[in-house]
Design a protein around this ligand. Structure first.
Ligand code: RFL
Length: 418
């Protein structure tokens, strides 16, 4: 329903106003709509931009099952590829873990996030769901009460005030939902102090596994995306501009850190996208403030070291959707009351594992910034350095992962689990 509130603000309503059309908001919108709940998704970007925004690619088995349960997995079941191994390349040697034969014997499905978002948008719109593209949420008001409102603005500057029963904040770390929380609710983890140059290369994968290289010059990572596109990560100094490195330097550095001389050379190709990612983590606690509920990156930011962000987003969106259905369709608010506590248990588990991965993959001495990639110029810490202790622990952890079946089972269970 639309009504004119004053000369410049439209007035609209929906039982649930969802902020953000990422994996969290779209999973939520699809489930709510399928259960007959009146909802709308407000998304700042245009549809075309969302369909090419490359991010995650490794979907956990639980994520696939969740999407399947709600009839949202057709595309990923048709085009996604199973992936069940990773390789660690270190200065003491290389080892491979077939994690699909360890722990719970489960694998990831590799399916680019932009394809998942494309599918979820199409499914929702085809079913008659409402998305307002180009609509930026500015603030959530009166979340403490039962009639919250959301102020939004479109690209032409027209303003709309949305009246709702609930507002679902799925608009990421910098969205309006977080900005509208009462002061003191954000819990920040100290910045990990580590930065990655995230790259998308027009090149087929060079390994049939995920590749994690720990090197004295810094971490390097390799992750398949499609048969023609591969994601790479290169640890870089904090503050490095994304365009600081030439393509040749990127490939030379990747070859060096991935130890291509001892393995097959990397398949080189054009760099399609590059962005610097500062590894940060934080958790909002609790995830509910009256009528405002958070899910996905808005609820908790997790570094991409263990590929958990998109998976948590889908898991939380399902829990939130079913809780809202219980309340709005059946008058039972129990699940909604437990939403925050249930999600936080998963979030802290994922944060702990992601943190463990960060410490496994990065040396204390930080990345080497010198441009001469031919010289293996990173230096081992001296025994009287404090970093010597941490570096020795890191190596011991890797050695345990290489040799202990129990440790490998633990890794596999956490690596594919959310
Ligand atoms: P999203 O995907 O950021 O979607 C939020 C949406 O909200 C919109 N928005 C607003 N709309 C209206 N009003 C406002 N004020 C708004 N502010 C923002 C945005 O335009 C956007 O469309 O959050 P969501 O749904 O919570 O999903 C989270 C995931 O996107 C994220 O956690 C993952 O991409 C993290 N991540 C990975 N996760 C994995 O599970 N596996 C991976 O392999 C993986 N690789 C990655 C990643 C994240 C990366 N970056 C971007 C740091 C690789 C990279 C490089």
């Amino acid at each position: 329903m639309t009504a004119r509130q004053n000369s410049s603000t439209e007035r609209e309503s929906a039982d649930v106003v969802v902020l953000g059309a990422g994996p969290a908001g779209l999973t939520l919108g699809n489930i709510l709509h399928a259960h007959g709940i009146d909802c709308v998704v407000l998304e700042r970007a245009e549809r075309a931009a969302l369909q090419v925004r490359a991010r995650a690619g490794f979907l956990a088995p639980n994520t696939v099952r969740t999407l399947e349960r709600h009839g949202l997995a057709d595309g990923l079941l048709r085009h996604g590829r199973p992936h069940g191994a990773c390789e660690f390349r270190t200065d003491t040697g290389t080892f491979r873990l077939d994690y699909d034969r360890l722990g719970r014997r489960e694998h990831h499905t590799v399916y680019p996030q932009q394809d998942l978002v494309t599918d979820l948008m199409a499914h929702y719109l085809d079913a008659g769901g409402r998305i307002r593209f180009g609509a930026e949420a500015l603030a959530v008001h009166d979340a403490d009460g039962h009639r919250p409102t959301v102020d939004a603005r479109d690209a032409q500057g027209r303003r709309t005030r949305w009246h709702a029963r609930y507002v679902a904040g799925c608009d990421g770390r910098h969205g309006a939902a977080r900005r509208s929380l009462p002061p003191g609710t954000l819990r920040h983890h100290p910045d990990h102090g580590i930065s990655w140059l995230g790259l998308l290369a027009e090149a087929p994968p060079s390994l049939d596994t995920v590749g994690y290289a720990t090197h004295r010059r810094g971490f390097a990572g390799h992750m398949a995306r499609t048969p023609d596109v591969t994601r790479y990560y290169l640890q870089c100094e904090r503050g490095t501009p994304a365009d600081a490195w030439s393509e040749e330097r990127i490939w030379d550095e990747l070859d060096l850190r991935m130890r291509s001389d001892d393995h097959r050379p990397l398949h080189r190709g054009r760099i399609l996208q590059r962005a610097v990612v500062d590894l940060r983590s934080d958790v909002v606690e609790p995830l509910r403030h009256g009528s405002l509920l958070l899910a996905g990156d808005a609820a908790s930011l997790i570094s991409p070291s263990a590929a958990k962000g998109a998976n948590l987003a889908v898991l939380e969106a399902e829990l939130l959707a079913l809780a809202l259905v219980d309340d709005l369709a059946h008058g039972d608010a129990t699940a909604l009351d437990h939403y925050s506590r249930r999600c936080l248990a998963h979030i802290w588990r994922a944060q702990e594992f992601s943190h463990w991965m960060i410490r496994l993959l990065h040396t204390d001495s930080g990345p080497v910034s010198g441009p001469d990639t031919r010289a293996d110029s990173g230096a081992d810490p001296r025994p009287d350095d404090e970093s010597f202790f941490h570096e020795s622990m890191r190596r011991s952890r890797l050695e345990s992962l290489r040799t202990s079946r129990a440790h490998q089972d633990w890794f596999a269970e956490n690596y594919v689990g959310v």
